[in-house]
Design a binder for this molecule. Structure first.
Ligand code: FAD
Length: 523
């Protein structure tokens, strides 16, 4: 018999004894178990507990209010055969492009994948060259290249979405190399050290099924021809692909491509709220203690997610928190500054960091053009660069920032930012309302997470690429105003993170297949 046990509480000190705790609680002799979900309940710092949902298989009887008969609710994937005349073309191999391509490849569509950046092996070298030597490649960087924007990241897989296909996505990450805990952890994360191999493994499966990759090759033009389009792309060589299905997963940093699609192809787009702010670095141990108290030594590095609403109607919130992580230089354009964060799987770096972001609304930047948000974002990224003219990131310490002053040296915390920092007044490189709301946010967050306003904590800016300032409008069948183009993922404005972008790519591919398939098969 298979039982599902909810709410199984274990002290963090005892997590290694899970099997004997189950045995004793239910008086079992012979059984096997699997963790379905694991979370940390830290609401009471003096009594932090691990909460498990378990699947127990045994011939013995278990009775308890928290036990039910187990039902497998996992989705059964269907892979209909691709019957359209032309092969689909996927532009961009970030999470949306990866999952669309993987699905299409399994449906025997032999997808063609165009990616402006390099294969992960070469991309990694270029990213390292930028982080060490400040030599920025505009096509292979932290935003662009195999795996997309999230490859050099913490690899958090959390999303606010509730969708049965999320388990499929987590399972694919696991099959392709992630650790098993992502399947049950309430806040799953992969870590950049694992992501590199996973991305490569997904590519290898797609290739083995007939998919074809064009790396270091940028899509730059599209022409309609009869009942299809010609996709033009170039790298060292020039390519043209005829197709009736272009899946556009270009991310939010492909400003050249978005401008082309709006100005030359006339795709319908709309302005969209996005966010700007800074990153904050604390000592990891202090955050761990603030979250878990004395239990912190038994638990993984602590995560937090904080939000507040100001009386001016704006939200301020922490974003993309990287426990034990590093602040990263993540621009794709020369002479700009953009920061973000990443962590390894163990999350054991000295510091924990997170973005503090403030809503930027269309009314803040609208001058009459749909793409005004992109120009606005770019303006502040350039202003941030102008402060050092050397990729040093604008920074301040929390105490000075809150007092309206500029610090002159670091104190008890060292920064992990690779290019060094330059102390400055953030009003020089962020809109006033962003700066004032960050101040408000820091004070509010400290009420929820004691020590958030640590005077020595370092603020590093600017973080401007957390989401897209435009949305490419699509219909219920996921078609844009050009019926051959299917916008998907974060750049199109339909996702905000690795899992939601992957889900959007998967569902776009499924929708295209749904339109023409009768014959379904399982693999
Ligand atoms: P992207 O991942 O941006 O991929 C788009 C791809 O398209 C790129 O590879 C690009 O090179 C390619 N491309 C663009 N234009 C063209 C063109 N003209 N021709 C050919 N190719 C083109 N999210 C999380 O959920 N968890 C995290 O921990 C996390 N950490 C992050 C850390 C960093 C440093 C960054 C930068 C982002 C992080 N994110 C995180 C956000 C996450 O990476 C994105 O939400 C996600 O990658 C979006 O997926 P996507 O497929 O829509 O686009």
């Amino acid at each position: 018999m298979k039982y599902q046990v909810s709410n199984f509480k274990v002290s963090p000190k005892d997590y290694k004894n899970l099997k004997s705790l189950i045995q004793n609680k239910f008086h079992l002799h012979e059984f096997s178990y699997k963790i379905l979900q694991k979370s940390i309940d830290a609401r009471k710092k003096e009594k932090v507990v691990l909460l498990y949902k378990l699947l127990i298989e045994t011939n013995e009887k278990i009775t308890s209010p928290d036990v039910t008969i187990y039902k497998d609710n996992n989705i059964q994937m269907e892979y209909p055969i691709w019957k359209y005349k032309d092969r689909p073309v996927i532009i961009g191999f970030g999470p949306s492009g990866m999952f669309a391509s993987l699905y299409l490849a399994r449906c025997k569509a032999n997808p063609i994948i165009i990616e402006r950046g390099s294969k992960i092996e070469d991309r990694k070298k270029r990213v390292e060259d930028f982080l060490k030597n400040k030599v920025l490649s505009n096509n292979s960087n932290v935003q662009f290249g195999e795996g997309g924007a999230g490859t050099f990241s913490d690899g958090k897989l959390t999303t606010n979405l509730k969708d049965p296909y999320i388990n499929f996505i987590l399972n694919e990450f696991y099959i392709h190399g992630a650790k098993e805990d992502i399947l049950y952890d309430a806040k799953p994360h992969i870590g950049t050290d694992y992501l590199e191999q996973i991305v490569k493994n997904i590519r290898l499966e797609i290739e083995s099924l007939g998919g074809e990759f064009y790396f270091d090759t940028t899509f730059y033009k599209l022409e309609e021809e009869n009942d299809s389009v010609i996709v033009y792309a170039k790298g060292e060589k020039e390519f043209q692909f005829k197709t009736s299905h272009v899946l556009l997963g270009i991310g939010h940093s492909a400003k050249d491509t978005i401008r082309y699609l709006y100005n030359e192809i006339g795709l319908n787009m709309e302005q969209k709220q996005f966010s700007m702010g800074v990153r904050i670095e604390h000592k990891r141990e202090k955050i761990d203690y603030a979250q878990y108290g004395e239990f912190s030594k038994y638990l993984p590095s602590a995560y937090y997610k904080l939000a507040a609403h100001n009386s001016d109607g704006r939200g301020v919130y922490t974003f993309c928190m990287c426990p034990g992580g590093y602040v990263l230089a993540s621009q794709s354009d020369n002479n700009t500054i953009v920061v973000n964060g990443m962590s390894n799987n163990d999350r054991l770096g000295e510091n924990s960091n997170s973005a503090i972001l403030v809503d930027v609304k269309p009314s803040d930047y609208d001058k009459g053009n749909v793409l005004d948000g992109i120009d606005y974002q770019e303006k502040y990224e350039k202003l941030a660069y102008e402060i050092s003219k050397d990729y040093k990131a604008p920074a301040n310490l929390v105490s000075e920032f809150l007092a309206g002053k500029v610090a002159n040296s670091l104190r008890s915390i060292n920064t992990t930012y690779p290019h060094g920092i330059i102390f400055t007044d953030f009003n020089k490189c962020l809109p006033d309302f962003v700066v004032s709301n960050i101040k408000f946010g820091i004070k509010e967050f400290d009420k929820k997470l004691h020590g958030f306003n640590d005077p020595d904590a370092i603020l590093i800016g600017i973080e401007s690429r957390s989401s897209s300032p435009v949305r490419i409008i699509r219909d219920l069948n996921r078609k844009s105003s050009n019926p051959y183009i299917y916008p998907m993922g974060e750049g199109a404005g339909y996702a905000g993170g690795i899992t939601s972008a992957a889900l959007d790519g998967l569902k776009t591919a499924m929708e295209i297949l749904r339109e023409n398939s009768h014959e379904w098969f399982r693999i």
